[in-house]
Design a protein around this ligand. Structure first.
Ligand code: ADP
Ligand code: MG
Length: 227
């Protein structure tokens, strides 16, 4: 079953010179799929991810996420939908450097109204899963880039979000840390049956995905099935 389906999706950014970032896309994403979105810089990858992740509204076209036509949601319904079903590993959703790893990870659960005991336990377990069990009490500002990225993934996963969105999750990471993060995403996709949608421009990440959507100049160029 498709967890996301997109039809006739267009996005134009208004301005002195309007930018047609997405020019009409149609595709579906299956539940549990690990999808990579690839293509040249400026082709519309991040714009597409923002639309799918309910962070921006399309100019036209329809997006159905987990059975819901998202154009019908009010802004407070969207907020609750994001909090309950979606996880984000985005540069602009940075971790809070003045909090420790555990606090950063349990923040989404706290916002969902979980009990202190409940959210601390869940956050600890998730930090274990990403291999940072011993670093729960370390401040983000004292962690390496690779560790921070793993904390961001733990935070995105702690509420067992049905869908995880990642925009260039390995930007600023060295090869070794990139490999750790990619293997982790793959493992989580298999263990929790999460749907993962990741934008990347790094060709060595291809091997981890089930399928690649190649975007070119605001259009779907081709798709590549890998598994
Ligand atoms: P990619 O992620 O593939 O590098 P983007 O989706 O960020 O590409 O951008 C696609 C096009 O839309 C680019 O021409 C970019 O300059 C433009 N664009 C992106 N966001 C905005 C915005 N908020 N306002 C105006 N133009 C934008
Ligand atoms: Mg981008």
């Amino acid at each position: 079953m498709s967890i996301i389906s997109v039809s006739g999706l267009k996005k134009t950014f208004d301005g002195a010179v309007p930018v047609e970032a997405l020019k009409g896309l149609d595709f579906a994403i299956e539940e549990g799929e690990f999808l990579a979105i690839m293509g040249p810089s400026g082709s519309g990858k991040s714009t597409l991810l923002h639309m799918l992740a309910l962070l921006d509204d399309p100019t036209s076209g329809a997006i159905i996420v987990d059975g819901t036509d998202i154009s019908r949601l009010s802004s407070s319904q969207k907020t609750s939908f994001r909090l309950n079903k979606l996880g984000y590993v985005f540069q602009e959703y940075a971790l809070l450097p003045e909090l420790n790893a555990l606090e950063n990870v349990y923040l989404p659960l706290m916002m969902l109204g979980a009990t202190v005991k409940g959210y601390e336990k869940a956050a600890r377990e998730m930090l274990e899963t990403v291999g940072l069990g011993k670093r729960s009490n370390h401040l983000i500002s004292q962690m390496s880039g690779g560790e921070q990225q793993r904390v961001a993934i733990a935070r995105a996963l702690v509420n067992k979000s049905k869908i995880l969105f990642a925009d260039e999750p390995c930007a600023n990471l060295d090869t070794r840390n990139s490999e750790i993060v990619m293997r982790l995403l793959r493992q989580l996709c298999e263990e929790f049956k999460q749907t993962i949608i990741m934008v990347t421009h790094e060709s060595e990440h291809r091997q981890h995905a089930d399928r690649i959507l190649w975007i070119k100049d605001g259009l779907l160029d081709r798709e590549e099935k890998l598994r």
